[in-house]
Design a protein around this ligand. Structure first.
Ligand SMILES: NC(=O)c1ccc[n+]([C@@H]2O[C@H](COP(=O)([O-])OP(=O)(O)OC[C@H]3O[C@@H](n4cnc5c(N)ncnc54)[C@H](OP(=O)(O)O)[C@@H]3O)[C@@H](O)[C@H]2O)c1
Length: 270
């Protein structure tokens, strides 16, 4: 996979572009918003105004970073010109069948990827699903986008719905929990600045345990929860009738169902 065409350089596209340029890749960029393109000045980024054959000849991979309702219009411009190229769609909820149908090519090589906002720190939990790619092409893709963070290849495209609910929304859930702790700490006379710094350390320490001992989470919970101690009192409330677990379970179920509904609304056949 050599030269790349990026379509759309908004919130996500810009992060992807920066990552690729840092990796010394040559990127052709198609972005209709002049306010965005005016700010881009990099020797390896070539801004184009439309999809021309001479550009298509030079690229092997096309990244789609536009909103779902903008995708169909773009795809129709590629008709039959992209046989051996790999399309990579970041478009949340859009199924591969809709993309290949729009391109009028069932054999089109397509990758669908769902990252989250932590892509900007190279720490995205991303899901990928592909159609018509060889193992070697998949391997090359992982290499090229290793700056995203951690990948899982999904076996079934429908698994994106849970992934979107859990890892797309995940940053908001963790930040919500942190904001609850922050509020409670402030009520207990800890200054806002200290509270945030203390919570960051708490999270960083928790991440270290998760990374070093991924299979022993309960062991560490028990280590902190000494018999007859204060944490035990708190844990009794947190585990009561599995209320917290059940709330998370319902929240994710609802988010997953919403993802299914949205995906249906983005489906199109040509
Ligand atoms: N943001 C995230 O964290 C995230 C995470 C996972 C997946 N996604 C998916 O990534 C996609 C992009 O999201 P985003 O937040 O980056 O959207 P965005 O900020 O709206 O970026 C899309 C950009 O593409 C431009 N564009 C639209 N149609 C175009 C065309 N025909 N030719 C050239 N440029 C065109 C838009 O210009 P105008 O503004 O002028 O229309 C805009 O600058 C979405 O499908 C979303 O579902 C995003």
């Amino acid at each position: 996979m050599n030269n790349i065409l990026l379509v759309g350089c908004g919130n996500l596209g810009k992060i992807v572009l920066d990552g690729l340029l840092l990796e010394n890749k040559k990127v052709y960029l198609l972005e209709k918003n002049k306010n965005i393109t005016q700010k881009i000045n990099h020797k390896n980024c070539i801004i184009i105004k439309k999809i021309e054959d001479q550009v298509l000849e030079k690229i092997s991979i096309i990244l789609l970073c536009v909103k779902p309702n903008q995708t169909k219009e773009i795809l129709t411009k590629f008709h039959k010109k992209t046989k051996n190229k790999v399309f990579v769609s970041f478009v949340a909820g859009m199924q591969i069948s809709s993309i290949s149908s729009c391109l009028k090519n069932k054999k089109q090589k397509i990758i669908r990827i769902m990252p989250n906002i932590f892509i900007q720190f190279n720490k995205s939990s991303s899901a990928i699903f592909s159609k018509n790619l060889t193992s070697n092409e998949k391997y090359k893709f992982e290499e090229l986008f290793s700056f995203f963070g951690y990948f899982v290849w999904l076996k079934n495209e429908n698994d994106f719905d849970y992934f979107t609910a859990m890892f797309g929304g995940g940053p908001a859930y963790f930040l919500y929990i942190m904001s609850c702790f922050n509020e409670i700490s402030k009520k207990n006379k800890i200054k806002e600045k200290d509270s945030i710094n203390l919570l960051v350390k708490l999270l960083e320490g928790t991440c270290e345990i998760l990374k070093k001992h991924p299979k022993n989470l309960n062991l560490f919970i028990n280590k902190v929860t000494s018999k007859g101690g204060t944490t035990e009192e708190a844990m009794k409330i947190l585990k009561e009738k599995k209320i917290i677990f059940n709330k998370f379970n319902t929240a994710l179920k609802n988010a997953k169902n919403k993802s299914i509904i949205l995906a249906k609304s983005f489906k199109f056949n040509i």
